[in-house]
Design a protein around this ligand. Structure first.
Ligand code: NAD
Length: 442
């Protein structure tokens, strides 16, 4: 825990009471307050980005370039988009009234909720903490921000820097692991925004139920990829490899496994091996852009998955440096260990299916994924995948990129989560849409 957090030594109940009192002053409702707090958060990211990038390198071996692209600049863009549109998003939305209420006006106004708890995971520990915090502030709330203890350098730097930019009655950082989070969850919040795995998601939801607190659960799962026959496999492989092996595969929307037909599979596997080499050279351990596994537990879990098929490329690993090479596995069966859990690491299994019907059935027999990706030139295939499967989001022709579009909701469905955020969807998540009917007395 950082010295700043240790010094605080305030109980969770006291933190929430203080933040609720700050909320009740009414200041957070002002547009000027919201814009000011967002601008301060932005300043933290732009002025202290290098300190954040160093912490991300210490925790995950993230390169400076990747740290800026996927965490720091990403969050700045999200804040800029919000600052640009916030005044307009906050305007009351008029609604038509029925004839019997002629003369009255009806509208929807967005009310802040109060005190929001944001619990973040370790894989994008800056973005996945601060983008929801930005949304909660934009909506006029005060916030408790709980970074992941599994990215300790990033957690410490955020706990140190945030109070320099935002007063603690706006955002209070509470560091810690399971005991600290459990203690926080005993308190009554007005919204809980959790990103992480489904097991803890259930714990969060059960704790929230005691206070009837609404939750957003940003969870994970196995995001499938369908590669149609007749597609340009060089392009497909280049895009797949770039998406899969970013952050050493530790991305919630990373392509988890590939489904293709038996005739396409060998050429696709070869193209993937070439794409990996084009990205990271013959030895990714020496490439500055390739990351490391977060800890030994995840390293051991992933190494146990490497035997799930024939190694097309990769397979090398080193526990001392928590390095696992970008790995493509072929001849993988649906019951192989690598298919029994979300991989969340740099292992990409290729499975064969007998055409689109079987691919759709394969996806629908499993939990609803956070993302579904497809590479196809055929509009009918696109349409069938869109209408016959359910997933948090869809990326046609390019993995991961849908979540960089601020005007798209980002979130899961079923086992991959509930609720969404980004852009105006964050405002929806962290506000109450209040119905107002105004009827003249005269
Ligand atoms: P993690 O271990 O860092 O846990 C996330 C948070 O939960 C941490 O802040 C941690 O302190 C807290 N936590 C852990 N155990 C707890 C408990 N028993 N009670 C209360 N709080 C607890 O991260 P993780 O869960 O390993 O993250 C990986 C998972 O998150 C993957 O499934 C991934 O797909 C998913 N994920 C989803 C998104 C998304 O946006 N949908 C983004 C990133 C990761």
């Amino acid at each position: 825990m950082s010295p700043a957090a240790t010094r605080t030594a305030e109980s969770p109940a006291d933190v929430v009471t203080r933040l609720r009192a700050a909320f009740r002053t009414g200041h957070t409702r002002d547009l000027a307050w919201r814009e000011d707090r967002l601008s301060r958060l932005r300043a933290l990211l732009t002025e202290r980005g290098d300190e954040l990038a160093e912490a991300l390198h210490a925790d995950l071996g993230k390169s400076r370039k990747e740290a800026y692209r996927t965490e720091i600049d990403f969050t700045v863009r999200e804040i800029d988009h919000t600052l640009q549109h916030l005044a307009q998003w906050l305007r009351p939305e008029p609604a038509p009234v029925p004839a019997v209420l002629a003369g009255a006006t009806a509208s929807t106004v967005r009310d802040p909720l109060g005190v929001v708890l944001v619990i973040a995971p370790w894989n994008y520990p800056v973005q996945l903490l601060l983008a929801p915090v930005a949304g909660a502030l934009a909506a006029g709330n005060t916030v408790v921000a709980k970074p992941s203890e599994l990215a300790p350098a990033t957690s410490a730097v955020i706990a140190r820097l945030l109070p320099e930019y935002l007063d603690r009655d706006t955002v209070t950082v509470v560091e810690g692991g399971v005991p600290e989070t459990t203690a926080l969850l005993a308190e009554r919040f007005d919204h809980i925004f959790y990103t992480g795995n489904g097991t803890v998601g259930r714990i969060v939801m059960a704790a929230a139920a005691r206070h009837l607190t609404p939750v957003t659960l940003e969870l994970g799962g196995k995001s499938p990829v369908f590669v149609d026959r007749g597609t340009d496999l060089k392009t497909v492989a280049a895009r797949l490899a770039a998406g899969k092996f970013l952050n050493a595969g530790q991305t919630c929307v990373a392509p988890d496994y590939v489904l293709t037909d038996p005739e396409t599979a060998p050429a696709l596997e070869g193209a993937l091996a070439e794409a990996v080499e084009a990205l990271f050279g013959a030895d990714a351990s020496a490439h500055p852009e390739y990351g490391r596994i977060v800890n030994e537990r995840h390293f051991d879990r992933l190494v146990a998955l490497l035997g799930s098929g024939r190694t097309v490329t990769g397979g090398a690993h080193d526990r001392g440096t928590k390095y696992i090479a970008p790995t493509v596995l072929a001849d993988v069966t649906p019951d192989a260990p690598v298919m029994r859990e979300e991989i969340f690491g740099p292992v990409l299994p290729v499975l064969t299916v007998d055409g689109l019907d079987e691919a759709i059935a394969f996806v629908n027999e499993r939990d609803k994924p956070l993302a579904l990706y497809a590479f196809t030139e055929d509009p009918a295939v696109r349409e069938r995948l869109l209408t016959e499967t359910s997933s948090g989001g869809v990326g046609m022709g390019l993995p991961l990129a849908h979540l960089t579009v601020s005007d798209l909701p980002f979130g899961g469905v079923g086992e991959s989560g509930m609720g969404s955020y980004h852009g105006r969807y964050s405002l929806d998540t962290f506000s109450h849409r209040k119905a107002v009917l105004d009827t003249p007395l005269g």
